[in-house]
Design a protein around this ligand. Sequence first.
Ligand code: SF4
Ligand code: FES
Length: 384
Amino acid sequence: MTVPAAPPAAPLAAPPAAPLAAPPAAPLALLAELTHRCPLRCPYCSNPTALARPGEELDTATWARVFQEAAALGCLQVHLSGGEPTARRDIVALVRAASEAGLYTNLITSGVLTGEAKLQALAEAGLDHVQLSVQDAEPVSADRIGGYRGGHAKKLDFARLVHASGLPLTLNAVVHRQNLDRLPQLIELALDLGAGRLEVAHVQYYGWALANRDALLPTRAQLEAATATVEAARRALKGRLVIDYVVPDYYAKRPKSCMGGWGRQFLAVSPAGRVLPCHAAESLPGFDFPNVRQVSLQWAWEDSEAFNRFRGTGWMPLPCRGCERAELDWGGCRCQAFALTGDAASTDPACALSPHHGVLSLAVDAAIEAGTAFTYREPQKIPG
Ligand code: SF4
Ligand code: FES
């Protein structure tokens, strides 16, 4: 399949509007954001800049109902996330509830709050998989990026506990200008810790990451070196370590298929119960996201205006409408479109066909000139 390499010089006539979206298939996965509380303060955190207060969080019984409803809807797995999900005192009960609902349970954690006894209790409750974040391979830098002194050493201890328990472990490394040069050491770290999978994810710039963009955007040379490192490691480590690689939009010619398309494969529930098509959507203005306190997950997924607004291709503006890639990338990311153009319904500027594509190279140029200081989210007390 080929696409034009550059925007057309003359405006295109609008093709006829696409038909309405087909009824949605079952979502593949539920992201359960159990809390926004977290001892770490990563400058690229995907939580909204306005964090949910602990008093707003859903209780155990409501989450258990959400897990049952997700399974009935056809979801296969739940990612238990946050914030730091183990900051919830009822995390063992929540894992048990998700497991009893028949969901494959993945704990996405910083690892700094979980010792041997709690990990064993989580495993006994039915935990299937652990995904541990690391901020860098070098301890001083890792602690600085996470805004939590001693955090890196605690993560290594936790990873060893996970490996000893027999639970499968994925290491998640969010990469950017200030740690990307140590990607080879991050790959070594994943091997040392017995991880079966390493996710190397370039920062996605919404929320906190957008506020820290100048300090995080990599240079093109860094990106090219990292991509070559990943390709070589994949060849050398085949059968030992799977490496997932999420490339940065700011050097792209075409956008990623964010979330596999709005309302197509994925749904998230926020700590306060809002049902969202992606983890960052809560920051989009003009939406009335349904809440599991008032509606079923099925209604939110199938019938809510929020999920249907950008479902399929009928909503698309030019140049997406009629584009050969419309059902491959679904017009890119709505949150990035809003962050960079002020309009969530516009083509993602990561696409070279977008009239706003130039804002990305301007941002890269500005970042390379900028310093390395971070704006951190406020430290939060973790009760218990
Ligand atoms: Fe086509 Fe829109 Fe995707 Fe660009 S973002 S490749 S115009 S569908
Ligand atoms: Fe929200 Fe891409 S992060 S649609």
